[in-house]
Design a protein. Structure first.
Length: 135
């Protein structure tokens, strides 16, 4: 371990203590018909993570088939939406790994908010960044 790892651990602890929210991770498994069901092989995790609601990406998401023919007018909207995500320290999760399709409930909010995991990416510093979509 280097001094940078020690300093990162101190900063990570301070950030978690200051900005983290409690959540419950409900592992899910997809059935052949596409409906999620609780995964019996992974346990439910109660932990804390830093929730972030970022503005939509620049340029937005194009809805429908957009024509590349410049002679036609295309009056459909370009839509932008907030991109929720939560940053979780790997030590908070223990042996459980987050997978696409898992359910995340933010329990500190009134009413609690429910999200579905879209993607999971490690940040390289002992945390995972989980992209969410509200359900």
């Amino acid at each position: 371990m280097t001094i940078f790892d020690d300093l990162l651990a101190i900063a990570d602890g301070a950030i978690t203590a200051t900005a983290a929210e409690a959540f419950v991770l409900h592992p899910q498994v997809r059935t052949p018909n596409g409906h999620p069901m609780p995964d019996p092989d992974r346990e439910v995790v109660r932990a804390r993570g830093v929730f972030e609601l970022r503005a939509g990406q620049a340029g937005g998401v194009q809805l429908g088939n957009r024509s590349f023919n410049r002679k036609r007018n295309d009056l459909r909207l370009i839509s932008t939406a907030p991109a929720p995500r939560i940053s979780i320290a790997e030590r908070e999760l223990g042996a459980t790994r987050v997978h696409q399709g898992d359910r995340v409930d933010l329990i500190d909010r009134s009413p609690p908010q429910r999200f579905e995991v879209v993607s999971v990416q490690p940040d390289g510093h002992g945390r995972v960044v989980v992209e969410l979509v509200e359900r």
